[in-house]
Design a protein. Structure first.
Length: 297
């Protein structure tokens, strides 16, 4: 779920950011959103905004697009007014093509988030960690020219190698889990996307999917007679293709249980609603999700 972080020679930084009211659950643990916000505080602002390579990519029309996200919520119990600290690192990597070139280029990020000791606690407490995979692409180029296989100018191919896992692997049963359902099954009804689900990238925002998937998982837990007093705390999500305002999606999911902790989770996908044919490419889901939940003590 989490690729090993790069060595000490890659760019690193530390940043602080405040908690918002909506970032905390009733027991003081954070939701998923403030974990994702760590990349802005610890990578984008202190590192990439001043990077010559980042500026060159932007000038040549290349943008990093979220293609995979993995995160965990830590055990820290927080209060409003506390400030989070995140340490981040990034690495530009390539998937080798076997001929000395690249199939694609990636911008990968790692963060760890904590809260410092205060009058509320004697020691530093873990808030969470994150891995974010971005594929470099030219989103406004013609379809055949969007893939990026080289850095702009005379920059050499990045030394780091990286191969993204298969999207479908998120639907596999991990060794320490057991299924509570025989197969993937559709949620109660399709999701209708509106402008409120979108961002300035002109498509549905990445964090909308885990929110909607979490709601579908809770409905399925209830249908199976399981407790719903849980917190979404472990996320692995892969994006193959965006949805847009006006689209409709069907969520399909399958519930599992962690053998040791007995905590629940669900894997599944977002597919175009009502899509029954049209060839293999049209049958592929847009988004793949593995969402785990922790019980409230």
């Amino acid at each position: 779920m989490f690729p090993p972080p790069p060595g000490p020679d890659v760019p690193r930084a530390t940043g602080n950011y405040p908690l918002r009211f909506e970032d905390l659950s009733q027991d003081g643990r954070v939701h998923l959103e403030p974990i994702v916000a760590s990349v802005d505080a610890a990578v984008w602002r202190p590192l990439l905004n001043t990077s010559a390579v980042s500026r060159a990519l932007h000038a040549s029309g290349v943008r990093p697009v979220f293609t995979r996200l993995a995160l965990e919520v830590g055990p820290a119990r927080l209060e409003l007014g506390e400030v989070l600290t995140a340490e981040g690192a990034y690495e530009i990597a390539h998937e080798p093509d076997g001929r000395g070139g690249a199939v694609r280029l990636f911008l990968n990020m790692w963060t760890t988030i904590w809260v410092e000791p205060s009058k509320h606690r004697a020691t530093r407490a873990s808030v969470g960690r994150l891995f974010a995979e971005h594929q470099l692409t030219r989103p406004h180029a013609p379809p055949g020219a969007r893939r990026v296989v080289a850095l702009p100018g005379d920059e050499p191919l990045p030394r780091a190698e990286y191969r993204s896992p298969r999207h479908e692997s998120l639907l596999d049963l991990a060794p320490d889990r057991e299924w509570l359902e025989p197969a993937l099954g559709d949620d109660a009804g399709p999701v209708r996307f509106g402008l409120s689900h979108t961002d300035v990238n002109q498509h549905v925002n990445s964090l909308v999917y885990p929110r909607l998937f979490g709601e579908a998982a809770l409905r399925r837990f209830h249908g199976l007679g399981a407790a719903t007093r849980t917190l979404a705390s472990r996320l692995h999500i892969a994006f193959r293709k965006p949805f847009f305002a006006g689209d409709a999606a069907t969520i399909e999911l399958r519930v599992y249980r962690e053998v040791l902790s007995q905590e629940l989770g669900a894997v599944g996908t977002f597919r175009t609603a009502g899509e029954a044919g049209g060839g293999e490419e049209r049958q592929k889901p847009h988004v793949y999700v593995d969402l785990g939940f922790s019980r409230t003590p």
